[in-house]
Design a protein around this ligand. Structure first.
Ligand code: S3P
Length: 184
């Protein structure tokens, strides 16, 4: 507060950016954390779906994965320019290192790690993830995708192993890390 001016210069609130494999609880725990932190919750896949008027599966089918990744890239730039959001990213956001660099400028980036078996259990009934539909052996598909991405997820310094956590526990941990990092 500037003495006597009546103008309050509050520090911009950093974003909390949740990165992690499909089934790592980014959306569920992110919503809970956002509510408790009094921040806006933003789901990247949901925004892309609304803007394109298609589900993610339809986008992959009609326009292909490279097109989807371009949409993600553009949205990362847009969201990084704003503050005060909890952002649930899509699991493949780590495939372009530029995405993480962009997010780090204005946010606290936290990786939600999940073991392959748990990721499989949490996603086995869902039908909205095109990358998991490609193979009849879904567990093998989760394992092979995660094996490729593991070094990318594990290169993120702030990490929560969500494998044995409830949504509540994960949200608590995310809030703790965020407050520590953002200095709130
Ligand atoms: C993807 C994860 C999905 C979605 C798309 C691709 C990925 O998001 O962006 O199906 O490459 O891991 P969730 O992680 O929210 O399921």
């Amino acid at each position: 507060m500037e003495a006597g001016s009546g103008i309050c210069y509050s520090k911009p609130v950093k974003n909390l950016v949740l990165v992690g494999f499909m089934g790592s609880g980014k959306t569920d725990a992110g919503k809970v954390a956002a509510k408790r932190l009094g921040m806006a919750f933003v789901d990247m896949d949901a925004i892309i779906e609304v803007r394109l008027g298609q589900t993610i599966s339809q986008v992959f089918e009609a326009k292909g994965e490279p097109f989807f990744r371009e949409q993600e890239r553009a949205l990362v730039r847009e969201l990084s320019a704003k503050m005060g959001q909890v952002i649930a990213t899509g699991g493949g956001i780590v495939l372009d290192a530029g995405n993480l660099r962009e997010f780090e400028r204005t946010g606290v980036v936290v990786c939600c790690w999940v073991d392959a078996r748990v990721a499989y259990e949490r996603t086995k009934h869902a039908r909205h993830r095109p990358l998991l539909e490609a193979d009849a052996d879904r567990l093998a598909r989760v394992e092979s995708l995660l094996r490729v991405r593991e070094p990318l997820y594990k290169a993120i310094p702030l990490r929560v192993d969500t494998s044995a956590m409830s949504v509540e526990q994960q949200a608590n941990e995310l809030i703790r890390i965020y407050k520590q990092q953002a200095g709130g």
